[in-house]
Design a protein around this ligand. Structure first.
Ligand SMILES: [Fe+2]
Length: 245
């Protein structure tokens, strides 16, 4: 069994009985709730999903500016989506949210700066007051990061360092549940820009962390992605075997 199959099976098992983590739930998942998936993610590498082989098929256009980000669609399921985002030098995935979704981020190669925010309250239909969490530089040895519908759901990811002279990019595995296509008619994610820092009021139970006001806006023009082919283990076989579980 390939290690990708181990990951997909574990993800399926996590989310097939994980409906208690819906957006309506007030209970936050903890590391112990997802021990099996975290353990698999800790060992998961770029090799398990053939990232470097896929990147050999991404052309470098000589005259046109290349996409800052490349996406590899790894596995789509009714309960979850698995993909790999490759960040080229200077790339930024702008500040965005994943409304109602639970996500796992595992860096596979290079270094990525992750800045995340937890929503404190909605200020209007487009504005949110968020708590600034600590920024982290993540690499392939870093533990997976969890975002929940309630905690760290707003985040920005930036290229920090490439893997090597040969592979001058950084990449992370992204698992999201429910998958994007399950929200028909609703936006799948929203983009924001920060406006101003706020002082916590007596009612804001955010301790000493800074607060920031965010305003929703359209996807920044400088952010777009191209796609690389998936060249990992046979997905059809994994999907067929999943149906028998
Ligand atoms: Fe995200």
């Amino acid at each position: 069994m390939s290690f990708l199959e181990v990951l997909i099976r574990t993800t399926f098992q996590t989310f097939s009985n994980g409906s208690k983590y819906s957006s309506a739930s007030s209970k936050l998942p903890t590391r112990t709730d997802h021990t099996n998936l975290i353990e698999v993610l800790e060992q998961f590498t770029a090799k398990d999903v053939s990232v470097h082989e896929s990147m050999m098929f991404v052309r470098k256009p000589p005259t046109v500016r290349r996409a800052p980000v490349t996406y590899i669609d790894v596995f789509d399921h009714a309960l979850f989506t698995v993909g790999v985002f490759i960040l080229h030098p200077n790339a930024v995935i702008p500040l965005h949210d994943h409304p109602g979704m639970l996500g796992f981020i595992k860096v596979l190669c290079g270094e990525i700066k992750l800045t995340s925010y937890t929503k404190l309250k909605k200020l209007s239909t487009s504005d949110h007051l968020v708590v600034c969490e600590e920024s982290q530089i993540l690499n392939s040895l870093s533990p997976p990061t969890i975002l929940t519908p309630h905690e760290r759901n707003f985040h920005q990811l930036e290229f920090a360092k490439g893997e090597s002279e040969e592979h001058q990019y950084a990449a992370f595995l992204d698992i999201l549940s429910p998958p994007y296509n399950s929200f028909s008619g609703k936006p799948e994610c929203n983009y924001y820009y920060p406006t101003k820092y706020s002082q916590p009021s007596d009612q804001d139970e955010c301790a000493s962390k800074p607060l920031l006001e965010l305003v929703k806006h359209s996807c920044p023009r400088e952010f777009w992605n191209d796609a690389a082919p998936y060249l990992g283990p046979n997905r059809k076989q994994i999907a067929e075997k999943l149906k028998k579980l």
